[in-house]
Ligand binder design. Structure first.
Ligand code: C2O
Ligand code: CU
Length: 488
C-alpha cells in the first residue's frame, strides 16, 4: 500500500511541480512597455485607405544581448496597429517576405469570404495579396494573424500578430480614454518559453492543449511597465497566446469597468473584478488609478478549469504578473465614463430560422476532422441561426466563428455572465459547458469560398478542430471550395 501511495504521490508531484509556472511576485518589471506603432496608410483616388504589411523574418532582443529568431509584420516581432473607420473602404497589400507560404486573417472582421485570409487564401513566398473590403461594423478591437492550415500555431508563435482597431461615429463622440498609447493602451498578451536565446520548440510534457509558455509578455515586452498620467486608463486586452487562457484582474481586488468585448462596446459599462480571456478573445477595460501608485495587471488561477485533469492544461499554478502600471505623482483628471455606450447590433435569436449543434472534441468537431475540400455547413444569407456548442471532451476548448459577431444567449441553460453579454466572435468552453449562440449571416453570399469555425487553441485548430461554412443565397447550393492564392 505504501509503495503504491508513494508512486501515485510521485506522479502528482511530477505533474504539479512540472507545471507550476507562477510568476507572481517574481517579475521585476524592468522593461518599458513597447507600443506597436499605428500603421501608416494613404487614401487612394477612389477613397480607399491603403495599408502595407510585409511578413518578414528577423531577430528580436527580448532580453539584452540575446537575439531570438522571430517573425513580424514590417518589423521583427508582431505588427503595427491598423486603424480604420466604419464605412471606410480599406485595402491591405500584404507581401510575403518569408520562405514559407502563409495567410493573414482579419479576426473579428465582417467581410467577404475571399478577403478573409483563411486557409484558402495562401500567399506564396515573394507574392503579394491585396484584399479589399468596406468596414461595416461597430467600433472594436480586432486583430490579424496567419491562418495556414496545419501551421497556424507556429506562425503566430513566431510573432505574426497585430491589432486592427475600428472606430465609428458614435464611439468617437463618447467620452472614453482614446489617446492611443497614452490613456488607451494595446495589451497583446502572449506566453513564451525560451531555450537559450531561441523560443523553445515542442509543447513540453503532457501539453496536449498545445504550446504553453512559462512567462508572459505584452506587446513583445518581457516584465513590462508603463508610466501613465491619467486617472482612467483603457486597456485593450488581446489574448494572442496559442493555448493559454488568462483571468485578468488586480491583486487588490479593485473593480474595473468592462466596456467592450470581442466585437465592440457593451450597451453599458459593467463593473467587474475579473475578466477571463481564452486565445483569440478581447476585452476592453477601464481602470481608475490613484496618483503615485503602482498597479499590477495579474492573471489569476482559474476556478472554472474544474478538476485537476483540466487544471493540468492550464499549467498548474497559472498565475502571472502581466504588466505594471506606474501612475505619475500628479494625474490628469478623466471624465466619468458614459453610462450608455452603444446600441447592441447582435441578434437576439428570436427570428432564428434554424438551429445547429457543434460537439467539440479533440479529434474534430461533430466527429469530423477538418478537411479543406469539404463544406460542413451551408447557411442562407440574411438569416439568423442558433448554434448550440458543447464541450464534454474532458479538456478546455474554445469556439471561434469567422465573419460574424454573435450574441451568447445561454451558458449551461442560464443567462450569460456580464463578460459574455457584448458582441463576441470567440467563446471559452471549459469541459462541461454548453452555450447557445445567436448568429446573423448578412452576407455577401459566395458558395465557393468557405469561412471557418474552429477551436482557437491553435494546436487543436491545426490538427482537426476546424470546420467550414459557406454563405449562399436562398436555394443556392455550395460549390467546391476554391483557393485564392495571389501571385504578382
Ligand atoms: Cu483568430 Cu480562424 O482565427
Ligand atoms: Cu480545443
Amino acid at each position: 500500500v505504501t509503495v503504491v501511495a508513494l508512486a501515485v504521490g510521485g506522479l502528482f508531484t511530477w505533474w504539479w511541480t512540472g507545471a507550476d509556472v507562477s510568476t507572481v511576485g517574481k517579475e521585476p518589471f524592468g522593461n518599458a512597455l513597447s507600443i506597436p506603432p499605428l500603421a501608416k496608410s494613404y487614401v487612394d483616388k477612389d477613397g480607399t485607405r491603403v495599408f502595407d504589411l510585409r511578413m518578414q523574418a528577423g531577430e528580436t532582443e527580448f532580453e539584452k544581448g540575446r537575439a531570438t529568431p522571430t517573425w513580424g509584420f514590417n518589423g521583427s516581432y508582431l505588427g503595427p496597429t491598423l486603424r480604420a473607420e466604419r464605412g471606410e473602404k480599406v485595402r491591405v497589400r500584404i507581401g510575403n517576405g518569408l520562405d514559407e507560404a502563409s495567410t493573414v486573417h482579419w479576426h473579428g472582421m465582417h467581410l467577404p469570404a475571399r478577403m478573409d485570409g483563411g486557409p484558402h487564401q495562401m500567399i506564396a513566398p515573394g507574392a503579394t495579396w491585396s484584399p479589399r473590403w468596406t468596414v461595416d461594423q461597430p467600433a472594436a478591437t480586432l486583430w490579424y494573424h496567419p491562418h495556414p492550415h496545419g501551421a497556424t500555431e507556429q506562425h503566430v508563435r513566431r510573432g505574426l500578430a497585430g491589432m486592427f482597431l475600428l472606430d465609428d461615429e458614435k464611439s468617437e463622440r463618447l467620452d472614453l480614454p482614446e489617446r492611443y498609447g497614452v490613456d488607451d493602451l494595446p495589451v497583446i498578451v502572449q506566453d513564451v518559453r525560451f531555450d537559450g536565446a531561441r523560443f523553445a520548440e515542442g509543447h513540453g510534457t503532457m501539453q496536449d492543449v498545445g504550446f504553453l509558455g512559462d512567462r508572459t509578455m505584452v506587446n513583445g515586452t518581457l516584465s513590462p511597465y508603463r508610466e501613465v498620467r491619467d486617472e482612467l486608463i483603457r486597456l485593450r486586452l488581446l489574448n494572442a497566446s496559442t493555448a493559454r487562457t488568462y483571468d485578468f484582474g488586480f491583486p487588490d481586488g479593485r473593480a474595473f469597468s468592462l466596456i467592450a468585448t470581442d466585437g465592440g462596446l457593451l450597451e453599458r459599462p459593467a463593473a467587474m473584478d475579473r475578466v477571463q480571456l481564452s486565445p483569440g478573445e478581447r476585452a476592453e477595460i477601464v481602470v481608475r488609478l490613484r496618483a503615485g501608485e503602482r498597479v499590477v495587471l495579474r492573471s489569476f488561477p482559474q476556478d472554472n478549469y474544474g478538476d485537476a485533469w483540466q487544471r493540468r492544461f492550464a499549467g498548474g499554478d497559472d498565475s502571472f504578473d502581466v504588466l505594471e502600471l506606474r501612475a505619475a505623482e500628479r494625474l490628469r483628471p478623466s471624465p466619468e465614463l458614459p453610462s450608455v455606450l452603444a446600441e447592441s447590433e447582435t441578434p437576439d435569436g428570436k427570428d432564428a430560422v434554424r438551429g445547429r449543434h457543434f460537439d467539440l472534441k479533440r479529434s474534430g468537431i461533430n466527429g469530423r476532422a477538418m478537411e479543406m475540400s469539404r463544406v460542413d455547413e451551408t447557411v442562407t444569407r440574411g438569416t439568423t441561426e442558433v448554434w448550440t456548442v458543447r464541450n464534454g471532451n474532458g479538456m478546455p476548448h474554445n469556439f471561434h466563428v469567422h465573419d460574424v459577431q454573435f450574441r451568447v444567449m445561454e451558458v449551461n441553460g442560464a443567462a450569460p455572465p456580464p463578460g459574455l453579454r457584448g458582441p463576441k466572435d470567440t467563446v471559452f468552453l471549459p469541459n462541461g459547458t454548453t452555450m447557445k449562440l445567436a448568429l446573423r449571416f448578412d452576407g455577401p453570399a459566395d458558395p465557393d469560398t468557405p469561412y471557418m469555425y474552429h477551436c482557437h487553441l491553435l494546436f487543436h485548430e491545426d490538427q482537426a478542430m476546424m470546420g467550414q461554412f459557406v454563405v449562399v443565397e436562398k436555394g443556392q447550393r455550395p460549390g467546391a471550395p476554391s483557393d485564392h492564392a495571389r501571385r504578382e
